[in-house]
Design a protein around this ligand. Structure first.
Ligand code: 4NP
Length: 171
């Protein structure tokens, strides 16, 4: 997780999928890269989680690692974890990869924090409303995940920067 600057408030973002080994670690790595490229690393805390604990402790799926690596994104340090109750308090944005993940999050999330939940692809709706699960797919499925995430992550960062006036606070 990105170390925050304790003197300024941070925007806390959690990406969520089913296993936390394919889509959400890819989203986390990609979004972090865009944040670092924008010089905004100290303004964010970024993490990912799965709704299942089945893969907890594992690295990202090798196919996701390799697809990310080909785009200059290193997710080799990722270790999967399951979402936990404190996440709903801690994070400002909790972005689900598909509708099933979102439904699970809505079921788990206290009402006071439900406004934090959204679909990842709500930030790139022209590409579809869900990031499809690539786990049983081929390499094209993993490339498609990254193509979708690129647009959604870029738009999401732009949205936050505008909403929070972060560019003015960059230094
Ligand atoms: P993810 O992909 O939710 O994008 O991490 C999956 C990983 C594992 C499984 C399904 C989807 N699984 O069934 O084990």
């Amino acid at each position: 997780m990105t170390a925050p600057d304790s003197t300024v408030s941070t925007v806390k973002v959690l990406f969520v999928c089913l296993g936390n080994i394919c889509r959400s670690p890819s989203a986390e790595g990609m979004f972090r890269k865009y944040v670092v490229d924008a010089g905004l690393e100290s303004r964010f805390e970024i993490d990912s989680a799965g709704t299942l604990d089945y893969h907890a402790g594992e690295r990202a799926d090798r196919r996701s690692e390799h697809a990310a690596q080909r785009r200059g994104i290193d997710i080799s340090k990722h270790r999967a974890r399951q979402i936990e109750p404190l996440d709903f308090e801690r994070y400002d944005y909790i972005l689900a990869m598909d509708k099933s993940n979102l439904a699970n999050l809505e079921r788990l999330c206290p009402a006071a924090h439900r406004h934090k939940l959204a679909l990842m692809m709500s930030f790139a709706p022209t590409l579809g409303d869900e990031v499809p699960d690539p786990y049983y797919g081929d390499s094209a499925a993993f490339e498609n995940v990254l193509d979708m995430l690129e647009k959604a992550c870029r738009n999401f960062l732009t949205h936050i920067v505008e909403k929070q006036s972060l560019s003015a606070l960059k230094a």
